[in-house]
Design a protein around this ligand. Structure first.
Ligand SMILES: NC(=O)c1ccc[n+]([C@@H]2O[C@H](COP(=O)([O-])OP(=O)(O)OC[C@H]3O[C@@H](n4cnc5c(N)ncnc54)[C@H](O)[C@@H]3O)[C@@H](O)[C@H]2O)c1
Ligand SMILES: [Zn+2]
Ligand SMILES: [Zn+2]
Length: 391
């Protein structure tokens, strides 16, 4: 079959690779109908995530049709139209029973690398390096889905492929951030980053009852999407002092909930940004955390900061004093999507959660190198490149 493979830093190539087969009883094989790029892929592409090998198949956000079912699968049938969560979880271990699916003890068959980095290993993820399990990704004609009863969800008839696709990762991640940050009716929520993840965190906050929701970014076409399709207010950090603006709009108090959806390659306008970039390039720090710093500084006393953006290692100038003295709750996680996908699909079916606008560039799988380039450089207003493996 044809698949998008990683061939080196900032290089992908469409190659012929072996078809996936059922390896374990609880696997299904999916014929991929839609698969999209995610901000997390950019960190892989940039060589910031360890343990990629040439030839690894990329992609973790996808939906499709079941074409083969392992003997231990209970709920899936050939022909089912499903959307699959990006993280792989067994559904039965201690973490899965707490609904902390991305921490699954069985999802990552190769835990040694992340245990070395972080003390313990999170679960596995499709197409996300050997550190995250070495699973082949979804930018391919077919993909093997382990623990299919746990990770795949039937798409309701009313929900199109284009809409369902983003339940896989962007929406479930955004929803998790808004939920686990403790968003309550009446809250003010600020989100950093107007990519797919930030936009969906903002939408989830609204559906959870937040009264005022702000999204911070600098790319005009993304801020326009936030206004038009999400219905949140926007702050352009390239022209506005974000902290002062948020303070002013919240009667001097600051947002109750701050969600960071930018990650380790954050852009920054000031001296701090240059400092972070140089240190990252010299490998003196692995990540550029400017949006996390700003979220901590902007958050109201006693508020909650949730880090959705992906980070890999230690960071410099982390405002721990602000977090401690302001009594903040600071959390982060990879997506526990299995917990939210049924509710997300219901909102999608009712038309309360729309995602089609994120798919700014739809193309055949064969054009993936062009899609990745556009997505990386945010060229032509690209928010997500969506690949159609079967035309
Ligand atoms: N936790 C998870 O499970 C999970 C899942 C999916 C994605 N992610 C992560 O979420 C992050 C966002 O993903 P995405 O797909 O939306 O990415 P994206 O690259 O499309 O969007 C990132 C946005 O952040 C903006 N940005 C950069 N610097 C900023 C700053 N200082 N302040 C405000 N905005 C800034 C960029 O302009 C861009 O619009 C990435 O780090 C990705 O790895 C995490
Ligand atoms: Zn992702
Ligand atoms: Zn588990």
């Amino acid at each position: 079959m044809r698949a998008v493979t990683w061939t080196g830093v900032n290089e992908v190539s469409v190659e012929t690779v072996p078809d996936p087969t059922i390896l374990n009883a609880r696997d299904v094989i999916l014929r991929v109908r839609r698969t999209t790029t995610c901000g997390s892929d950019l960190h892989l592409l940039g060589g910031y995530i360890p343990a990629m090998r040439t030839g690894d198949v990329l992609g973790h956000e996808f939906m499709g049709e079941v074409v083969e079912v392992g003997p231990g699968v209970r709920d899936r049938r050939v022909g089912d139209r499903v959307v699959v969560n990006s993280f792989i979880a067994c559904g039965a271990c201690w973490y899965c029973r707490q609904e902390l699916y991305s921490l699954c003890d069985n999802g990552n068959p190769n835990p040694g690398i992340t245990e070395g980095l972080w003390g313990q290993s999170p679960g596995g993820c499709f197409g996300y390096s050997h550190a995250m399990g070495g699973f082949a990704g979804s930018h391919a004609e077919y993909v093997r889905v382990p623990y299919a009863d746990v990770g795949s969800f039937l798409v309701p008839e009313e929900v199109s492929d284009d809409r369902a696709l983003f339940a896989s990762d962007a929406v479930s991640t955004g929803w998790m951030g808004a939920d686990l940050a403790g968003t309550k009716p009446g809250d003010t929520v600020a989100v950093w980053g107007a990519g797919g993840v930030g936009q969906m965190a903002a939408r989830a906050a609204m559906l959870l009852g937040a009264e005022q929701v702000y999204v911070v970014d600098r790319l005009p076409e993304r801020l326009e999407q936030v206004r038009r399709h999400v219905g949140a207010e926007v702050i352009d950090y390239s022209t506005t002092d974000v902290m002062a603006e948020l303070r002013e709009r919240t009667g001097g108090r600051g947002p109750d909930v701050c969600i960071e959806a930018v990650g380790m390659e954050a852009h920054s306008t000031g001296v701090q940004g240059v400092y972070d970039q140089v240190k990252q390039q010299l490998r003196l720090q692995t990540d550029r955390p400017s949006a996390v710093r700003e979220a901590i500084m902007a958050c109201r006393k006693g508020g909650s900061v949730f880090v959705l953006g992906v980070f890999a290692g230690p960071v410099d100038k982390f405002p721990l004093g602000a977090a401690m003295n302001k009594g903040l709750t600071l959390r982060g996680a990879q997506v526990h999507g299995q917990r939210y996908m049924p509710r997300i699909l219901e909102h999608m079916a009712r038309g309360e959660l729309t995602t089609e606008h994120l798919a700014t560039h739809v193309m055949p799988l064969e054009d993936a190198a062009r899609g990745y380039r556009m997505f990386k450089d945010k060229e032509d207003g690209c928010v997500r490149a969506v690949f159609l493996p079967h035309g």
